[in-house]
Design a protein around this ligand. Structure first.
Ligand code: AGP
Length: 609
């Protein structure tokens, strides 16, 4: 939920840190701070967006080439300056991403021993524990190790000691943490974009790892045992620019336009039209594995859950294996019926969503085989599942998920075809038809964006609405849910997604001339029934915005606005129909002037339950 960064090298640490934090702001932006060792510990913190901290540092720079920094999304303690990280106690400065589960007991113990707390945060406990160990003669590495032995919960921490001025010590448990390997400089960060402008050589730390970072490099050990351990250095292909806005006004708009490329990259190397098959060996499931499965349970949150709802249709139609789709936050509290004959499929863009990670671990505890569809390499969910199929969407910085969503559906499409071919429930010809449709999607997504170049005019007409309904049937019901989520999370306009067939069971009472309904109605199996819904709404003077086939004169005559998409197939319709809904939400939010990339109260990666 927060972003941390650490640096040791030859550059001015404060500059490196602020630049890195800028690329981590999507992880939270209640406050930010830096600590630099130069003689003493120089601390600077500011509430609100990172620009407040940057302004303070521009006015009064801090010199020094060893430092740590933090951008916060509050979990314990209000967003105030005293609660901002880094937390300095005695010789020590600490930044932390995560939650200390036993913070109350530890705080009481420390206070009883005379420690005085300056903040309401759980993080400050680390500072006291480490400072206390240092005063007892420990090295910084030993002191951090001692602290991890007392703390329970999720953490990625970076620690400085004013008396050991050549190193940063880090530790990782459940929260993400990577190292960046430079020439005469070493970095740590919560995520890759923070360091990409300095190095592409990255090391993914595992739970239970700690590391000592110096100008010469790094040494990794297990904090429970102290044993040294090697972790591979991965060369990351993402360019620093790829994590920038690329000329678009917002990351979200850039990422909407990146979807064609992202879907292409997710398909790349995994499809054989000739054989009518899919190659995703990394998922590690054989025909026998699948035959032994009684059912599949997809677990996810938010937009990823919507992708799972689409994936249910794909996988059930291709394999005839029952698929349930569970909200991860609900899954583990319902005493789920899970055993070794259950295949769990966790879907997560960040790979760090606490609810999804916890549900995944609970399912594994109950004996399930677990695979994951994840976008961020080396993330916790990716490393917890037995196998992972990566979407290749690249960094998704906008809090509102777009390219992650369409690449998740693409991955589920591939999985469904592969499973069907493995089980023999999908023959090569039918698979070839499905795959031919899939490889057309990148072009159809680009076309959908082109066809809606004038969508801002539609947004203008509806910019003063205070509530909206989204409808879809079958494979398009999840798209209605997703369209509604996009609108509410970035424009703050209330919106609800419904199965179109549900209208007569209640929601139609909401229809009036002030409440527009957005309907997904490309030609396909449920087109006629959806058209009836459209007419029922129009008859009650409800404005109708319909996402339908370009040139569909019937729809144009019925709707107040047609958001055109290329003609496509039932399976690929979700991937294409969502595009105008993403753009409509974006332009409505932009007209309202909301903070589209960092909407209020939200963060990109929800790493707390
Ligand atoms: C989507 O626009 C939201 N930002 C949110 O619902 C998100 O999909 C959800 O938090 C799940 O995140 P994940 O895919 O990283 O697990």
């Amino acid at each position: 939920m927060c972003g941390i960064i650490g640096y040791v090298g030859e550059q001015q640490a404060a500059d490196v840190i602020v630049d890195g934090l800028r690329r981590l702001e999507y992880r939270g932006y209640d406050s930010a701070g830096v600590a630099v060792v130069n003689g003493g510990i120089h601390l600077r913190r500011a509430v609100g967006k990172l620009r407040n901290l940057a302004k303070s540092l521009a006015t009064e720079p801090i010199e020094g080439s060893l430092g740590i920094g933090h951008t916060r999304w509050a979990t314990h303690g209000r967003p105030t300056e005293p609660n901002a990280h880094p937390h300095v106690v005695g010789r020590v400065a600490v930044v932390h991403n995560g939650i200390i589960e036993n913070h109350l007991a530890l705080k009481a113990e420390l206070q009883a021993a005379g420690h005085v707390f300056a903040s309401e945060t759980d993080t400050e406990i680390f500072s006291h524990l480490i400072d206390r160990a240092l005063s007892q003669g420990c090295t910084l590495e030993e002191a951090v190790r001692a602290a991890t032995a007392e703390v329970e919960g999720a953490y990625a921490i970076a620690v400085l000691d004013v008396e050991q001025r050549d190193r940063v010590v880090v530790a990782k448990q459940q929260s993400p943490l990577i190292l960046g390997v430079g020439q005469g400089e070493t970095f740590c960060a919560s995520d890759i974009p923070a360091i990409l402008s300095h190095t592409r050589d990255v090391v993914f730390l595992e739970d239970g790892d700690m590391a000592v970072l110096t100008r010469e490099g790094f040494e990794i050990s297990r904090f429970e045992t102290g044993e040294s351990i090697e972790r591979p250095v991965t060369r990351v292909q993402w360019s620093a620019v790829a994590a920038e806005k690329g000329g678009y006004k917002h990351f979200m708009l850039k990422e909407i336009h990146e979807q064609s490329r992202a879907i292409t990259d997710t398909i790349r190397g995994r499809v054989s039209l000739e054989q009518g098959d899919v190659f995703i060996e990394e998922l590690g499931l054989s025909a026998d594995d699948l035959r032994s499965m009684r059912r599949i349970i997809i677990i996810a949150c938010g937009t990823s859950w919507h992708a799972g709802l689409v994936g249910k249709h794909y996988i059930e139609q291709a394999t005839r294996i029952p698929v349930e789709v569970d909200l991860a936050s609900e899954f583990r509290y319902r005493d789920p019926i899970v055993d070794e004959r259950t295949l769990i499929l966790a879907i997560s863009q960040s790979g760090e969503t606490a609810d999804t990670l916890a549900a995944l671990k609970e399912a594994q505890r109950r004996g399930a085989r677990a695979a994951a569809v994840v976008n961020v390499i080396g993330s916790s969910i990716a490393r917890t599942a037995s196998n992972v199929l990566y979407t290749h969407a690249g960094p998704e910085i906008g809090v509102a998920s777009t390219k992650a969503f369409t690449t998740q559906m693409t991955a589920l499409y591939l999985i469904a075809v592969r499973f069907g071919r493995l089980l023999g429930t999908l023959d090569a010809d039918r698979a070839r038809v499905l795959l031919r449709a899939l490889v057309e999607v990148p072009g159809e997504v680009s076309r959908a964006i082109e066809l809606n170049a004038g969508i801002r005019e539609v947004a203008h007409r509806f910019q003063h609405v205070t509530s909206a309904l989204y409808l879809g049937r079958g494979l398009l019901h999840p798209i209605a849910l997703e369209g509604a989520l996009k609108l509410k999370e970035i424009s703050y306009i209330h919106a609800e997604g419904y199965a179109a067939g549900e209208m007569k069971h209640g929601p139609i009472a909401l229809i009036d001339e002030h409440t527009p309904t957005v309907i997904a109605a490309p030609r396909g199996p449920s087109f006629d029934k959806t058209c009836s819904n459209l007419q029922e709404i129009a008859a009650r003077h409800g404005p109708v915005i319909v996402v339908g086939d370009e040139g569909d004169e019937q729809l144009e005559s019925l709707a107040d606005a047609l958001l055109p998409v290329p003609k496509t197939t039932p399976w690929t319709a979700p991937l294409v129909t969502v595009i105008p809904m993403q753009l409509l939400a974006y332009h409505l939010a932009d007209l309202k002037g909301t903070d589209i990339d960092q909407p209020r109260n939200l963060a990109k990666s929800v790493t707390v339950e």
